[in-house]
Design a protein around this ligand. Sequence first.
Ligand code: FES
Length: 235
Amino acid sequence: MPAKRFNVSVRRHDPTSGESPWFQDYEVEVAEGVTVLETLLRIQAEQDGTLAFRYSCRGAVCGSCAMVVNGEVSLACRTQVHGLGNDRITVEPLPNLEVVRDLVVDMDFFLEKNLDIRPWFDPADPDPPHERLVDPSDWTEAEPYTNCILCASCHAVCPVTARDPSYLGPAALAKHHRFLADARDGAAEKRLALVDDDAGVWGCDVVWNCSKICPKGVRPTQGILASRERLKPKS
Ligand code: FES
């Protein structure tokens, strides 16, 4: 398919200026296979050097480029412009986080939630002389949760994070389950106590938005429900 002309409408905002956000339109020729991130880089290089956005790996690994493209939370580096099925593209920053400038959001609020769930391995046994191996069959539950790239896509689509700043949020609760499900970890009781309230696993609305949107296939809701099961009083 030949290159096609697209109208790319980007939400601009500089909160330090006191001005309200606005949408700025750019006309750009885009070849098939080109991503939203590559298109933004071209706009920035050829039309508007003031356009701000964040990226690093360009390969869906670093989690820096999550944004809202045509109303859907997406990684810009893996979203192809022609695949959007529309010659008018809107690009906006992630919701539920403060805008620093244009498409750049302040990630501190999101990242600090991860510190609240003891995000470190806490073994019950003394260190072995060599590495601490895990039997593959004991790793199947924890393994999917290690794929999180901290892109905050789940945070952006969660109705609870939108209304309750005290909620730990899907990414932190997914990381919590990564350690809880690790057969080598010895701190289950302490870990469960950290999430046994409405700011933790009991606050989740169980609408599965986070699990549907995660670009790496992590399913925070599943981990949250597994923690709830472990917290229920045993009869
Ligand atoms: S640039 Fe790293 S995930 Fe997109």
